[in-house]
Ligand binder design. Sequence first.
Ligand code: PMP
Length: 395
Amino acid sequence: ADPAWQRAVRTQFPIITAHPELAYLDSAATSQKPQAVLDAVLTYLTSSNANAGRGTYPWANRTTEAIARARDRVKEFLGDPEPERSAVHFTSGTTEGLRTVARDWLTEHLTDGDEILVPFADHRANLDPWLEARDLLAARGTEVHIRALPYQETSGDYDHRALRSVVGPRTRFVAATHVHHVYGGDMNVHRLRAAVGPEVPICLDAAQSVGHLPLRVGDPALDVDFVVFSGHKAFALPGTGAVWARNTRGPLLRPAGWQGTPNTAGLVSLLAALDWLDAVGVDRVSAHVASLAVRLTDRLRRLDAYEILGCPAGLAADSALPAAQRRHGIVTFRHREIPSDDLGFILFSHGFMVRADSHCQAGADEKDGSVRVSLHVYNTGEEIDRLLTVLASLG
Ligand code: PMP
């Protein structure tokens, strides 16, 4: 049975309680929103909605303050030990965040002959911006070289042994992912740091880890320079996200002057979402979600009709493994005969909302389609059991 705290948390999601016949299993795409976040947005919009900036009246000032609080809150949430030396830049999500780092920071810090390491089998959002930065630099007459982070197909992790062969004296930057959006595994970023040494900036796509794992930038095991995430995957409104940047690497360059109207209601929702997450406890969320992933994987691997992607035979879901090696709320699989999009429709006919396609994974094409079940704090063991019953009936 799910713990009592989890059942109480689940009731805080109006969209979930309104649809007991449905099971939302697509949180890696976006999360549902708790009442506290909805309340914060409604209160803001009905009490002090205005534009931010040099206001001469209270609503505008309150909006400006809310944005400043959201910025401080992101630093605090990420355990930033030196908030006065870091920057937070708000974006619409991880895609825009990574593009901002590529365009506004990376292109200003590379010179002819430099090399950057980027992932070729993670989310496309963590590949295209780096290729674009290279092209932008090439157009300016600066040639930089892209190297692929070596990848281990069988485990869904970077190939940390092969890493040393692609790191060289001209390696100037690494883009990596914290938790893979298809395989759900922790990509062991500390090993990247060990391979590249202390001087090379690492940019972390944390789209699937913020809200799922305690992510503390002060932790020596997570020595990264940029953390990019989507607020909307962590209980805030759509159109929210942030880049956290260590200023010791040089500030994120911002377009000078006029910057337009920020997503004020979205930032209010982000502030409320981070408060809410801290109150619930990311540790508890992480443990609950991991236990559901273990339950699903352990039984799915016994159904011959299915192939689980990433870790062989669901190994990484083994509860005996240390937390860092477990799946974090994402289990992706294929039926050996039923095409994945058909399986998606069949599952929805039983009330399950899953993602069924190639998941925006770089390098994957249509034939690589699969079904992704992604979980969050509101999901229950009962939903997993019901899903397994349907999957077993298709075996
Ligand atoms: N990176 C990863 C690992 C993701 O899972 C996602 C969302 N699926 C993104 C980037 C893009 O996030 P967004 O749509 O919020 O820009």
